[in-house]
Design a protein around this ligand. Structure first.
Ligand SMILES: NC(=O)c1ccc[n+]([C@@H]2O[C@H](COP(=O)([O-])OP(=O)(O)OC[C@H]3O[C@@H](n4cnc5c(N)ncnc54)[C@H](O)[C@@H]3O)[C@@H](O)[C@H]2O)c1
Length: 271
């Protein structure tokens, strides 16, 4: 890398896509901070790559500020912050085709999705944008989902909050992109991680659920390479699964028709 990053933080770096991003950044010679609610996993990943572990709840703004303060004091300016930690619960006990839908009665699932999938990105930006502006640049990479552009059948809270995450990244890019702050938002479809029932580093990618694996499940390593390459090249929208661009175009060209297609797809998943 011609202009090495002085420090990178990856939230949710203990597992899945975050773990793979940590490994990739380490291979690129970047000092990596693995930040995760799961402190055991964060420490294991940090030990593997010679990085630094931080046990942190991204939904806690004070903890996020402390993370940024500590890293910048002890390691160096955070040139790259990857807001990757995310959660998904499904609409109800019956999974992908539950009729509870957006009416999910378990309110704190909505709250957890809102705080972790959206507000954590806001907290990272609040802590870092002033610092990055003062030193003339930096890069915020926010992992959303294809569900933030389309919809995740069977998980209204996930779909809604991932849309919000895309909206927030757009605002950041519009407000600060011309002031030296690079912003990327990543919208994958299915990736072989615990989120879809596949353990870290599993040999087999079986286990995808519902419509999630409609275009095939990618490995976390493949996705991490695409994310890091595309983000560092300055791309705003990073689509790991190319089909998503086609679906977004179809949705934009006739939203009503797209809803009808999704209803039929949902019926198929039920069957
Ligand atoms: N796996 C997929 O199919 C898929 C598809 C699209 C988008 N995504 C997104 O990619 C990101 C990573 O997901 P993944 O598939 O690797 O899932 P994962 O469950 O394997 O990993 C998520 C990580 O986030 C951590 N985490 C959860 N809540 C946290 C909190 N409050 N504070 C700190 N860390 C927390 C977990 O401990 C875990 O290490 C998420 O934002 C997810 O929504 C995943």
């Amino acid at each position: 890398m011609s202009n090495p990053l002085r420090a990178a933080v990856v939230t949710g770096g203990g597992h899945g896509i975050g773990l793979a991003i940590c490994r990739r950044l380490h291979r690129d010679g970047v000092p990596v901070v693995v930040a995760d609610l799961d402190g055991v996993a964060a420490r294991a990943v940090a030990a593997e790559i010679g990085g630094t572990a931080r046990e942190v709840d991204v939904a806690d703004e004070a903890a996020m500020r402390a993370l940024v303060d500590d890293v910048e004091r002890d390691i160096g300016p955070i040139d790259l912050f990857v807001s990757n930690a995310g959660v998904a619960f499904g609409d109800g006990e019956s999974g992908a085709v539950s009729r509870e839908g957006g009416l999910n009665p378990v309110d704190d699932r909505w709250d957890a999705c809102w705080r972790i999938n959206v507000m954590a990105h806001v907290y990272a930006a609040r802590a870092l944008v002033p610092r990055m502006l003062a030193r003339g640049g930096g890069h915020l990479v926010n992992i959303a989902s294809a569900a933030g552009l389309l919809s995740q059948i069977g998980d209204a809270a996930y779909s809604t909050t991932k849309h919000a995450a895309v909206g927030f990244a757009e605002s950041l890019a519009i407000d600060y992109g011309d002031l030296g702050i690079k912003v990327s938002v990543v919208c994958p479809q299915a990736v072989a991680t615990r989120m879809i029932g596949i353990e870290d580093d599993a040999e087999s990618m079986d286990g995808g659920f519902g419509g999630n694996d409609v275009d095939g499940i990618m490995s976390a390593d493949e996705v991490a390479d695409i994310i890091v390459d595309a983000a560092l090249s300055g791309r705003f929208l990073v689509l790991t699964h190319p089909e998503v661009a086609t679906y977004v175009r179809r949705k934009a060209s006739d939203h009503d028709r797209w809803i009808g297609g999704m209803q039929r797809f949902r019926e198929k998943l039920k069957g």
